[in-house]
Design a binder for this molecule. Structure first.
Ligand code: OAD
Length: 232
């Protein structure tokens, strides 16, 4: 049976595809106050500002392509049972061809009803934007299908279960600042090898992490070599 390889990805995974990270200098939270654009209170105060923020993100995504890191992870599927848990709202893992992707923080290419959260719609790339006055089937305003700060993270339980079953755990391009996503590391069993791909130091609760201090594309290449060398 194939070993279960679980990958937790963050904004750094998509940086080489031209998508801005959040907390690096010049990152999104430097340019836009997080409480204005990524909280329910921000949306209540100025829905148009928030819709436009995500409309911009969506336009940026429509121009982006998966990078070698995304593609390298797909290649691992011929050797491992790979599940990706991503904090990213882009769909670049899916575009690259990854089969199992769980989105913790929602999906940019989906819209959701503000009045009935079970009503979720795919966004047509041709239309692209969500505007004030765009309504769900029940007549409520649509919003981005994104988990904002202060909101529950509906997929976290499933992510924890997947993480507990991991035989190998890999973290790519996340500052591990945002919970509950960062807390997944605590669900990794003790004897399971953990790899981290990030050009910078990342503070985590585990001391036995193999840090591949590279960007995602080069880091995934290096990871593959290490996994095969250790013949997992
Ligand atoms: P951050 O912006 O906090 O962290 C990005 C990480 O990627 C940093 O550790 C960088 O060093 C690393 N990085 C930068 N370029 C890289 C590259 N080319 N290859 C690999 N790593 C690179 O982003 P996240 O940790 O993903 O949530 O942020 C977590 C959550 O906070 C996001 O999902 C978002 C944000 O607020 C919501 O909006 C709910």
């Amino acid at each position: 049976m194939q070993k279960k390889l679980v990958v937790l990805t963050g904004a750094g995974m998509s940086a080489e595809s031209g998508i801005a990270t959040f907390r690096d200098s010049g990152g999104l939270w430097d340019q836009y106050p997080v409480e204005q654009v990524a909280t329910p209170e921000g949306f209540e105060a100025d829905p148009e500002l928030v819709l436009n923020f995500y409309n911009m993100r969506r336009r940026e995504l429509l121009k982006a392509k998966p990078n070698e890191g995304h593609i390298g992870l797909v290649g691992l599927e011929s050797h491992f049972d790979v599940t990706i848990i991503t904090q990213n709202i882009d769909n670049l893992h899916e575009q690259a061809g990854s089969k199992k992707v769980l989105h913790l923080h929602g999906e940019l290419m989906k819209a959701r009803s503000t009045g009935d959260e079970s009503l979720i719609y795919d966004i047509d790339p041709q239309q692209c934007d969500i505007r004030l006055g765009d309504l769900c089937g029940k007549g409520f305003q649509l919003r981005p299908h994104i988990v904002w700060f202060g909101e529950a993270v509906p997929m976290i339980q499933e992510a924890e279960e997947i993480t507990r079953r991991a035989d190998i755990f890999v973290i790519i391009g996340t500052s591990m600042n945002v919970y509950p996503a960062a807390g997944l590391l605590q669900d990794v069993r003790k004897n399971v090898p953990v790899y981290l791909i990030d050009p910078k130091d990342v503070f985590t609760s585990r001391y036995d992490i193999h840090h591949i201090q590279k960007k995602a594309s080069e880091g995934v290449r290096e990871l593959k070599k290490m996994l095969f060398r250790n013949s997992y």
